[in-house]
Write a protein that binds this ligand. Structure first.
Ligand SMILES: [Zn+2]
Length: 281
């Protein structure tokens, strides 16, 4: 069974303010084919783009608009296959009510947070009640900790190491660091190796082959490959492109003496039962 742990809710376009969309002079081409980011996509496109996955997790961040009803509506189209996570904004006052509504009424089963996009420090005390309730209800939290392009997104909130205290304070909370914390993949590996409740997803990374190889190579050397979860970050990449990217990971070192990442470890990532690891089964 293939479980895609990271994809975005179709038909929901984030209502971001101008500050966060100002990308300055950064080239936004992150698609494997060199094209621009496709932020607008339909349910049909999402199904097609993730069709290799037997189960797929969908979510969007709570920036401006509340994404949770759109996510729940999409889950309803195929509840056997689609698992919805909620977006929450710790800076808004009613977020515990929204967490409860999204869990009890909408049936959403995890949380997506993006401190750099949402402009909060991961250790902000306003976020702590969310962590506590998530731990109590068994909701994993997927954090976007890592690089981004909007000029105003505060990088001081971006390093994955910032999550360590949360992992300590909430030992039963499952934490996932998206994209292996790119470009702080070493920091992510240090963290997932020593904190039992912290995982990383490998989404959105294979099209930077050297960085992808180094991230997984260190993870393999640390012996923590079992903490890596499969995800595509659709619409950034499809599930199929991500599987192919994983299987091609050693191409970048062909003709060198650098150590190969064992193929069986790569296959284990592709077929990992992430839902069981995260307590969602
Ligand atoms: Zn994403």
């Amino acid at each position: 069974m293939i479980i895609d742990i990271h994809s975005h809710t179709p038909n929901f376009f984030m209502d971001v303010d101008e500050d966060i969309t100002d990308t300055g002079s950064v080239n936004q081409s992150m698609r494997p084919d060199g094209g621009g980011i496709k932020f607008k996509f339909s349910e049909i496109e999402h199904r097609k783009g993730t069709k290799e996955a037997d189960k797929v997790v969908v979510f969007n961040m709570y920036i401006g608009k509340n994404p949770n009803d759109a996510t729940a509506d999409y889950v309803k189209t195929d509840p056997e296959r689609i698992i919805g996570f909620m977006g929450l904004n710790p800076k808004l006052p009613h977020m515990l009510d929204e967490l409860d509504r999204s869990f009890y009424d909408l049936g959403l089963k995890g949380i997506k947070l993006g401190p750099i996009y949402q402009d909060f420090h991961p250790l902000d005390k306003r976020a702590y009640p969310i962590y506590a309730r998530a731990e109590q209800l068994g909701l994993p939290i997927l954090f976007h900790q890592g690089a981004t392009f909007p000029r105003k997104a505060p990088l001081r909130y971006a390093n994955p190491i910032l999550l360590e205290e949360i992992a300590h304070d909430f030992p039963n909370l499952k934490i996932i660091i998206a994209h292996v914390g790119n470009p702080w993949c070493d920091e992510t590996n240090v963290l997932i190796r020593k904190q039992p409740n912290v995982y990383a997803d490998i989404s959105g990374l294979f099209y930077r082959p050297w960085q992808f190889y180094q991230a997984l190579s260190l993870c393999h050397e640390y012996g923590c490959m079992d903490k890596l979860l499969f995800g595509s970050d659709y619409p950034i990449a499809t599930t199929e492109e991500t599987i192919t990217g994983l299987r091609n990971i050693n191409k970048v070192i062909e003709g060198t003496n650098l150590p190969k990442i064992p193929e069986d470890e790569i296959e284990k990532i592709i077929y990992r039962d992430s839902l069981s690891l995260l307590g969602l089964k």
